[in-house]
Write a protein that binds this ligand. Sequence first.
Ligand SMILES: [Zn+2]
Length: 149
Amino acid sequence: MATVGPWICDVCHMEIRDISKCYVVWRYGEAEGYHDFNIIHQRPLCDNRPEYTVSLPVTDFLGPDGLAHLLSFLSEGPVRNLNPGASSPMPLSDPDGFVDFIRRVQTPGYEYARCRYHDSDVRASYAGATEFHPYTQAAIKKLLAAESE
Ligand SMILES: [Zn+2]
C-alpha cells in the first residue's frame, strides 16, 4: 500500500483502471471559488457535466509536485507573495471536500478506506479518535485488512 489509486469514478462508481483516462474535474463559481473536485473517467459517459468547467489529468496531483500544486490552492507561498500585486489563492468554499480530494491523490489506501467511513462499525471504532488518526497509514491498513477478512 505504498501508492495512491486506482480511483473510483465519482460518476459511474467503477474503478478507473487506465490512469491516462483518469481526470479531475471541478467547478468554479464567483462566490464559491473552486469546489466540488471529482475524479472521473475521461470518457463521454462520465465526463458529460458542463457545470464542471475545470479539468486536469489526475497525474498532475500525484507525488511531491502534485502536492505542490494542491497546496497552491491554499497558499501561493513565499515566492509569489514577494511580488507586489500578486493575487491571492482562489477561495475554497468547501475545505472538507478539498481535503478529501487531497487525501484521495496523496494518501495511499485512502480511496478505498473512504468508502467505509460512514459504516456504523467503522464510525464506532473511531469514536474518540484524533482528527488525523483515521487517515494514518496504520489505521487505513488496518481498516482495509479487516475488510478483506
Ligand atoms: Zn466513470
